[in-house]
Every structure is written in structure tokens, then in C-alpha cells.
Design a protein around this ligand. Structure first.
Ligand code: AQP
Length: 334
């Protein structure tokens, strides 16, 4: 049996990259005897400035997005990280004692988010990968489906797990495997093909939100940055054309095909011809999710019921793991 665990931060409404790079794959992983745990990582969301009055609402919105995209609470446990926060934070502390600062210094997400003001960044942002490692190890996850951007954090998690196992002389922690699936492992910004699409990026025009209307989606795609050349004849022709590559990648991922197949269809065509097709496809795929989210969010109490059941299940898995960690580490009355 695979135990699948992944999460998203309720930092804003989810964007197309979250969906294509991760969420869609979570849905596909349900069934086949897999045990799936999908977390809303609200304790990570507070590592950057945030609005406390909005956090619970965003947590419900992200939960609604999971459900609307097809995560089924009959097969998967959906929970808020903070609902099991005592266990996540406790394990984080233990494994922080075996995480090398030199490794944290290399984390690109910290560098990107801290920017030029790294000295003023909070310890939480710096220690984010340690909390993420705790999130995963607490559940003995075997597989973690993520977008390309999270690969480095997964490597650190594997390292920490191996260090723990070595130090305490037992193959205790499962070493989790990253699952980076599909064509769109890294969806880029619509304004700059060299930057990742991100839900908390300043410009709303840089991303497609799962809650955008058809008109907004069409407008964002129409204004998406491109270059003056027509679409190339081969996939190799996308080299050094990051914006064209990104739009073709999105089209391929949404239509469940390959970049080569999309190129074959649009070779030599202008963006003015391609973009309306991409808009129609995006609206066709995202529209039903947006609609379902709207219905779900009209009944926030039902979302809370799902989150409560998920938290109970999560705790029942996490508590014995933490107990054994404490025993192995030699704590009194563990
Ligand atoms: N652009 C992307 N392309 C492919 N996958 C992506 N993911 C995020 N952006 C892209 C994947 O979505 C999952 C959830 O990510 P997260 O909420 O934990 O934080 P993130 O990776 O930092 O995503 P964002 O949207 O950029 O959030 P903010 O702006 O809050 O930092 C992960 O599996 C991630 O790989």
C-alpha cells in the first residue's frame, strides 16, 4: 500500500499551477489501494505576512478546491495542519536538532521569498522545510505528489529521515518518494515565463485562479506575455521561448496530451489564433471546478465536518509515530 501525503498553503485562492502540478494528480492517486492524506498547511501559510481575519476562510476555500477538483473524503482524509498542530510542531522540533543549517541555507524557496531582506525574514520561513519534513514523516508517507518547485524540500525530508534512522539505529522513518507527475510540473507566470506561477505573487494577471470567471481567464490569456514569432514546428523550437513553452505546456496538460501533439496541431500559427483556443480549453476545464467550489462554500459547516473527520484520522496515524519517536530518542515516559 502506498501512503500518499501532500498539502497546499491557504495563502490565497489556488492557481492553475497548484492544480496542474499537484491537485489534479492527487485526485488520480485515489483508489488502487492507496491511502491518501491531503492537508491544508495553514501553519506554513503564516510564515509570510498574512491576514489573520482571512486564514480560516482561506483554509475552507482551499478545502473546497480540493473537493471540487475531485478529492473524495470517502477515499482521502482532508485536514488542516493546525488541527494536528501540536504533533507537527513537536516532531519539527525533534528533527530540527538533526537538520544542518548548511542545507537550509541552500533552499531556493527561502531565497526567493526572503528576497533581498533575508536578515529580516522570520525564523519560521527559514525553518519551513523542517516543518514540511515533519508533516511528511509524521504520517510515514511513502509518496509525496508535488510540483517541481518542492523537490528540494523533499530531498531535505529524505535526508533528515535517513539521519534519524542512522542516529537512533532503526529503520524507523519511511524515506518518502517525491512524485512529480504530468506535463505541467512547473507552470510559469503569464507575465514572465522565467518565474513560477504563484498564488501569492503580487500581480493577479500573472496567474489563473481556480475562482476566475470565464471573462477574466480570457482576458488574462489574451494579455499573457508572448514573443513575436509564430508557434514553432517542433518541441525543440520552444527552447529559449519560455512564454511560448509555458502556454503550450498548459494547453498540453489541460487537454491531457503532450507538448509534441500540441505543436503538431498549432505549428506555424500565430498566438492570436492559439490564445482563444487556450482560453476556451481553460474555461472548459476550470469552470466546473469553480462552480462546484461556489456550491461548497455556500455550506461552510459541511466543509468543517470534513476537516474535523480528517483531523481525527490524521491524529490517529500521527500520535503513535510521535510516541515511538520519543521512545527512540530516549525521553522520560515517552
Ligand atoms: N507554478 C506551479 N507549477 C506546478 N506546481 C506548482 N505548485 C505550486 N505552484 C506551482 C505546487 O502546488 C502545491 C502547493 O503549493 P504550496 O501552496 O505549498 O506552495 P507553493 O509551492 O509555494 O505554491 P504557490 O502557489 O507559489 O504558493 P505561495 O505563493 O503561497 O508560495 C505544491 O505541490 C507545489 O509544488
Amino acid at each position: 500500500m502506498k501512503r500518499i501525503l501532500s498539502g497546499m498553503q491557504p495563502t490565497n485562492r489556488l492557481q492553475l499551477g497548484n492544480y496542474l502540478g499537484a491537485l489534479r494528480n492527487w485526485v488520480d492517486l485515489q483508489g488502487n489501494g492507496n491511502q491518501c492524506l491531503y492537508c491544508v498547511v495553514d501553519m506554513h501559510a503564516i510564515t509570510m505576512p498574512y491576514d489573520a481575519a482571512q486564514l480560516a476562510t482561506s483554509t475552507r476555500e482551499v478545502t473546497a478546491a480540493y473537493l471540487a477538483a475531485g478529492v473524495d473524503p470517502k477515499h482521502s482524509s482532508i485536514f488542516a495542519q493546525s488541527a494536528v498542530g501540536d504533533l507537527h510542531a513537536e516532531l519539527m522540533w525533534y528533527i530540527a536538532t538533526m537538520t544542518q543549517i548548511g542545507k537550509l541555507d541552500r533552499m531556493t524557496q527561502f531565497k526567493d521569498k526572503a528576497g533581498k531582506n533575508a536578515e529580516k525574514a522570520g525564523l519560521g520561513l527559514y525553518a519551513y522545510p523542517v516543518l514540511m519534513a515533519a508533516d511528511i514523516l509524521l504520517y510515514q508517507a511513502t509518496h509525496v505528489p508535488v510540483g517541481e518547485d518542492q523537490k528540494q524540500h523533499l530531498e531535505l525530508t529524505r535526508d533528515v529521515a535517513a539521519t534519524f534512522n542512522h542516529r537512533y539505529g532503526k529503520e524507523f522513518f519511511t524515506i518518502p518518494e517525491p512524485m512529480i507527475m504530468g506535463e505541467a510540473t512547473r507552470v510559469m507566470s503569464l507575465r514572465d515565463g522565467t518565474q513560477k506561477m504563484s498564488k501569492s505573487a503580487e500581480s493577479d494577471m500573472s496567474r489563473i485562479n481556480l475562482t476566475d470567471t470565464a471573462e477574466v481567464i480570457a482576458d488574462k490569456i489574451k494579455r499573457a506575455k508572448t514573443d513575436p514569432l509564430p508557434l514553432p514546428e517542433t518541441v525543440d523550437g520552444l527552447k529559449d521561448r519560455p512564454e511560448a513553452d509555458n502556454l503550450i505546456t498548459i494547453y498540453a496538460a489541460l487537454s491531457g496530451t503532450t507538448k509534441a501533439a500540441v505543436i503538431a496541431e498549432f505549428a506555424g500559427k500565430q498566438f492570436s489564433e492559439f490564445k482563444p483556443k487556450l482560453s476556451d480549453l481553460t474555461v472548459a476545464k476550470i469552470g466546473p471546478i469553480t462552480e462546484k467550489m461556489r456550491h461548497l462554500l455556500a455550506e461552510p459547516k459541511e466543509i468543517d465536518v470534513i476537516l474535523e473527520a480528517g483531523a481525527e484520522k490524521a491524529r490517529s496515524i500521527a500520535a503513535p509515530t510521535l510516541k515511538e519517536v520519543k521512545q527512540l530518542m530516549g525521553f522520560w515516559k515517552a
